[in-house]
Design a protein around this ligand. Structure first.
Ligand code: PBG
Length: 326
């Protein structure tokens, strides 16, 4: 029955009824908090293009971990910034069992045993070319890179990682990583696949954070064309077949249709990465006084849930959790 029998505004009359008919909501357990870790001591430095977000040396990480735990976030996604002298074409340092990533995993496992530790798997922070794979004659080699990624995953698992998160977009890496983990005795170590990762300009601030911008060219021969949706479904389908436990869509806000399509079609937890550029846009506009930071942040995070995301990797994790809890 339509108007005047039906008045949809009746369900919006006051906060109580609005809360009763709310279809989606956010919880701190939805969030994955990315962490940027650097070598050295006493380092807590703000990332210029990511206001209020910091790189930490391990000795300064503890208070941040405590705060995350306090607000109900137990899942972290680790990235390390590698000094230039440790970078090469093959990402050798990525396989160092005593490298910064491996040390960080051990440190967090020891200080916060309840945390669920996810680690970035890709060569770019370790690559002298700033690419996610091994370079030969200007090309990014697929199969050779996958071998390194599989070894890297085992090294993280050995250090105590709960789940590895390959963000490289090489073909076939999920299957090879699954096989390598199983063979090394880590059948319980999971894989969150960055399945539909687009070649996006929204990663700019992240590359500042890790000093990992590609030295030549772009990432369009491995990351996806922003024009494509059907291809995202093929990527997801393949990753599931190869053994992914969680699939991811990245970036987030400009790709909500992809999140929706993936979550409609597949019965697997879907995560979305609310990337650095999305964070920077809200922070920058808020600092100008042009947007209300808190409201725009919560509105965009909620939109991910509405689109069907189960998990959200976001630099807003801690701030948003505080708001949810109050
Ligand atoms: C690298 C990686 C990137 C991000 C996560 N892992 C950047 C890239 O692919 O160039 C981006 C995250 C962000 O922008 O917040 N494999």
């Amino acid at each position: 029955m339509s108007f005047p029998n039906t008045r949809l505004r009746r369900l919006r009359t006051n906060p109580a009824i609005r809360a009763m008919v709310e279809e989606n909501s956010l919880s701190p357990a939805d969030f994955i908090a990315p962490l940027f870790i650097v070598e050295g001591n006493g380092v807590k430095e703000e990332i210029e293009s990511m206001p209020d977000y910091f790189r930490y040396s391990l000795d300064r990480l503890q208070p941040e971990l405590d705060e995350l735990e306090e607000v109900g976030i137990r899942s972290v996604l680790l990235f390390v910034k590698v000094p230039d002298e440790k970078k090469d074409n093959k990402g050798t340092e990525a396989l160092n069992d005593s490298g910064l990533m491996q040390e960080s995993i051990r440190f967090i496992k020891e200080s916060h045993p309840d945390f669920f530790i996810m680690t970035d798997i890709a060569l770019d922070p370790y690559s002298s070319y700033g690419h996610d794979g091994i370079v030969e004659d200007g090309e990014i080699l697929n199969d050779e890179t996958v071998e390194v990624l599989a070894e890297m995953s085992v090294s993280h698992a050995k250090a105590g990682a709960d789940m590895v998160a390959p963000s490289d977009m090489m073909d076939g890496r999920i299957g090879e990583i699954r096989k390598a983990l199983d063979e090394a005795g880590f059948s319980n170590t999971g894989i969150m696949a960055y399945s539909a990762k687009y070649a996006s300009s929204f990663y700019g601030p992240f590359r500042d954070a890790l000093d990992s911008a590609p030295g030549f060219g772009d990432k369009k021969t491995y990351q996806m064309n922003p024009a494509n949706l059907q291809e995202a479904l093929r990527e997801v389908e393949q990753d599931i077949e190869e053994g992914a436990d969680i699939v991811m869509v990245k970036p987030g806000m400009p790709y909500l249709d992809v999140v929706k399509a993936v979550s409609d079609k597949f019965n697997i937890p879907v995560s979305v990465y609310n990337v650095s550029g999305e964070y920077a846009m809200i922070k920058a506009a808020a600092k100008q006084g042009w947007l209300n930071e808190e409201e725009t942040m919560m509105e965009s995070l909620l939109a991910f849930k509405r689109a069907g995301a189960d998990l959200i990797a976001t630099y807003f994790a801690k701030e948003a959790a505080k708001i949810i809890n109050r």
